[in-house]
Design a protein around this ligand. Structure first.
Ligand code: CTP
Length: 404
């Protein structure tokens, strides 16, 4: 459809980037990016009108996002020759705008396009040997200034290499080391680094990425106190196992992975060092304090859990102990203490206890003539404990207990 529309308005449209890369790699990817030789924003409007959707335009960048009624997003960018000033002095006049658009991208594997106009529909446009690189499983930059122009691409190179089990090409590897020597990383803003780290923490092979970052001395370049000791590495590996375990529970709530990974990276560090790294990463005050609180809470939970198990405490106590922790804390707790009994208890908590509702509410207590106040909370908590421990499992039993 996009190709026909482009033809009708006299433009050339291409599907580009990760979407095409992932088709060739047989990997699912639903992020469709389009580039048009022409006015991208006008094209996005035509597309939205024809397919039913709305447009959010960024005039400064001549890009737009089409948000279809089913929620799918299509990014539309404008390929324009005069837009790019390239220090890597290629005779720009010789390049079509799509070629220029692809040339300014990070890696060859991301610099593929497919023509959408009906006359050439489906034709793969590969100016820079992307197909060969995908076949040889190698991440390769398009030109030697790539990392100097945008040092976050070092993190991206690692992320793609680990995700697809590619290697980083020889020359690209040298360019990374060169950029490291030029001290490019310390100049990067905390937010940009944190954004990239966040993406890494969403990857299946996040720990491998961190290892590679350490090997390039990237961690210490981000902050001298960032290390990856064998103990931290072990903990990170546990996190990866726990993430897999949690995924298999098929629960709706998704953890904020960055919190869990940062907790592991911060393990054993004094509080002021943690805060210093958080400041470098430009975390908000709230995010930093959440991390510190979570750390304390998890430490306490490890201790309390051991006591509970030792005493053979009731289920309700387990519930009230775990209820204190947000999901990230629960998963970090399990990573710290990944033993059969913890897995069992957590799984029971997440899949059963957490969803159990009392059959009695504040309204019932009011109906009994009780004045609303702190007492309500206390009574409901007792009722919940009784329910969890199997002593008051139906409404009548709970009401009777409340009356007492
Ligand atoms: N890009 C780039 N340099 C960057 C970031 C992005 O050249 N620092 C380019 C890449 O060519 C990429 C495109 O912009 O294909 C879109 O970026 P993004 O959505 O981050 O990349 P994807 O390849 O879609 O990555 P992912 O699969 O992780 O979503």
């Amino acid at each position: 459809r996009a190709g026909e529309l482009a033809r009708d308005v006299g433009m050339e449209a291409y599907a580009v980037g990760g979407f095409i890369r992932d088709i060739l790699l047989n990997t699912p990817n639903s992020d469709l990016d389009l580039v048009v030789e022409g006015d991208g924003i006008a094209f996005a409007r035509t597309l939205a009108q024809s397919m039913g959707g709305r447009v959010r335009a960024h005039h400064k960048f001549r890009t737009a996002v089409v948000i279809l009624e089913n929620g799918q997003r299509i990014d539309v960018a404008t390929a324009r020759l005069e837009y790019y000033e390239y220090p890597a002095a290629l005779p720009t006049v010789e390049l079509s705008s799509i070629k220029m658009d692809l040339y300014r991208r990070d890696f060859t594997i991301n610099a593929l396009a497919v023509q959408l106009n009906p006359a050439n529909f489906g034709k793969l446009v590969d100016f820079f040997g992307a197909q060969r690189d995908i076949k040889n499983r190698v991440v390769r930059v398009l030109h030697s200034l790539s990392f100097v122009e945008d040092p976050t691409r070092i993190l991206r190179a690692i992320r793609f290499a680990k995700r697809y089990n590619f290697r980083i090409g020889g020359q690209t590897d040298r360019l990374i080391r060169n950029a490291m020597q030029l001290d490019m990383i310390p100049k990067l803003s905390g937010s940009r680094i944190f954004h990239e780290l966040n993406l890494i923490f969403e990857e299946e092979h996040a720990v491998d990425c961190l290892r590679q970052m350490r090997d390039y001395r990237l961690l210490e370049a981000i902050h001298p106190l960032l290390t990856l000791t064998p103990a931290q590495e072990n903990l990170l590996e546990e996190i990866e196992k726990v993430r897999d375990w949690y995924r298999l529970l098929y629960l709706d709530e998704k953890p904020r992975n960055w919190m869990i990974y940062l907790l592991a990276v911060f393990n054993g560090m004094p509080e002021e060092d943690i805060l210093s790294v958080c400041t470098r990463l430009n975390l908000t005050k709230r995010q930093s304090s959440d991390i510190l609180t979570l750390r304390t809470q998890t430490n306490e939970t490890v201790y309390r859990f051991k006591m509970w198990r030792h005493r053979g405490g009731p289920v309700s106590e387990l519930f009230f102990m775990l209820e204190m922790l947000p999901l990230e804390g629960l998963l970090f707790f399990m990573s710290r203490y990944n033993q059969e009994e913890v897995r069992k208890s957590l799984s029971m908590y997440l899949t059963q206890l957490k969803g159990m509702e009392l059959d009695v509410s504040g309204r019932d207590l009011k109906g009994m003539g009780l004045e609303p106040g702190p007492l309500y909370g206390e009574i409901l908590r007792k009722l919940r404990a009784a329910m969890l421990d199997g002593q008051a499992t139906c409404r009548d039993d709970q009401l009777a207990l409340a009356r007492r």
